[in-house]
Design a protein around this ligand. Structure first.
Ligand SMILES: Cc1cc2nc3c(=O)[nH]c(=O)nc-3n(C[C@H](O)[C@H](O)[C@H](O)COP(=O)(O)O)c2cc1C
Length: 387
């Protein structure tokens, strides 16, 4: 792959097939709700989107270009996947975070933080809708192959293709029924299987522990949504207290209820405008190896105790846009998101208290190299990290 990036912003009048980003079904859902396609359009209108029209290999090249770029990238021709696009680096700086929340171009960091603090103080409950674009295509388990999605291998250091890098995992507490929406990385293991790497202290880790309690041993239903509103990702990555719903936080950040549809094979709800939804089960008592994976610290990380996820159904919008990202370099979009969340006191890596305080301070100062260095400390001591 030659990897030349052509700066060429999206135009609403682009006559080429597949150029339209907004579909009629989406426009009918709500005037204000910001889904991924709307956001890509906003970036394009602001001259902040690079459309990559050359054929780019999902194997390492999409990831490398994502790490090397500080711009949002829409890969329009992915090798082996003619009808699908891959979008990365959506939240690559303060400006794009502000745009994702519907603020004006030119919003200062200070204004962004003040506004976000105000919005998070008034959460908005999601609303359940009958239908949505994600229901355009439904494939039952027997016909599913996740290999039909343009899942990148993001780096040469990675042991495989990562389907979950900028997505949400939705589960319910098996005892209380309270919902958790989080971001926990996922590696493809086969056409219907993937890992889920969640630290034991995370809400998902605790949901699995409860599902596996002695005498119970039930699979834990989980839905994975890829290509959701960036506000939903922000909420999912936030350390929101147990029993509180991240969809409410996303609604607060957007100042509008997130429209959700009911999944069909699991009792869970996902954003109606998701690009892709994978329904499935985490198998109790089973652990698999996730990684090595080039993680946020800029080092490879292996989790020998990842959960095993098995697909029960796949749903996707027509011509889906796969959303993912490549991390490990200072200031990558996960760092940008963590720095934003640190200002809202919503970061928790489930490590030691001292490490957490240090990481929060470094994120607020945007000292990303040192943040990475501190992130590595646990792995040096223990030989491995648990996420
Ligand atoms: C891009 C990205 C990747 C992440 N990957 C993981 C992961 O693999 N495992 C994990 O436990 N947390 C991961 N996190 C952090 C969690 O999403 C974060 O700790 C969140 O607060 C978890 O929610 P919880 O506290 O409700 O479990 C990731 C966050 C982001 C933004």
């Amino acid at each position: 792959m030659n990897g030349r990036i052509v700066k060429d912003t999206f135009s609403k009048n682009d006559p080429r097939p597949g150029a339209a980003l907004l579909s009629p079904s989406q426009e009918g859902l709500s005037g204000k709700t910001r889904d991924l396609r709307h956001f890509i359009q906003v970036l394009a209108d602001a001259g902040r989107l690079v459309r990559v029209r050359e054929t780019i290999d999902w194997k390492v090249d999409i990831g490398r270009m994502t790490r090397e770029s500080r711009t949002s990238l829409l890969f329009e021709n992915v090798k082996d996947y003619p009808d699908q696009r891959v979008f990365t680096n959506g939240l690559c700086d303060t400006t794009s975070i502000a745009l994702a929340l519907g603020l004006e171009l030119g919003t200062t960091r200070k204004t962004l933080i003040t506004e976000a603090r105000k919005r998070m103080a008034t959460p908005v409950k999601p609303r359940l809708v009958e239908t949505g674009p994600v229901l355009e295509n439904i494939v039952q388990a027997s016909g599913v192959s996740l290999l039909n999605l343009p899942v990148p291998q993001w780096s040469n250091y990675d042991s495989g293709r990562y389907i979950g890098t900028w997505h949400i995992n939705v589960t319910k507490d098996p005892e209380t029924g309270s919902r958790n929406v989080g971001v926990y990385r996922m590696q493809l293991l086969g056409p219907k299987q993937a890992t889920v790497s969640a630290s034991p202290g995370s809400h998902l880790g605790r949901h699995v522990a409860k599902a596996e309690k002695a005498g119970r041993s039930l699979p834990l239903p989980m839905a994975v949504a890829i290509g959701v509103s960036e506000a939903v990702i922000m909420a999912a990555a936030a350390a929101y207290p147990d029993g509180m719903d991240e969809y409410d936080l996303a609604g607060g950040l957007l100042q509008e209820a997130v429209p959700l549809v009911q999944c069909q094979t699991v009792d869970l709800e996902v954003p109606a405008q998701s690009e892709i939804v994978i329904e499935g089960l985490i198998q109790p008592g089973v652990r698999v190896q996730d990684g090595p994976y080039f993680d946020y610290t800029g080092k490879t990380n292996t989790n020998p105790n990842a959960f095993l996820f098995e697909v029960t159904q796949l749903m996707f919008r027509s011509n889906p846009i796969f959303r993912g990202t490549s991390i490990g370099v200072p200031g990558a979009e996960d760092h940008q998101l963590f720095a934003f969340l640190a200002e809202l006191n919503l970061v928790d890596f489930h490590g030691s208290r001292v490490k957490q305080v240090a990481q929060n301070l470094l994120l607020k100062q945007r000292l990303f190299r040192t943040f990475q260095f501190v992130g590595k400390i646990g792995s040096v001591v223990r030989g491995k990290r648990n996420q």
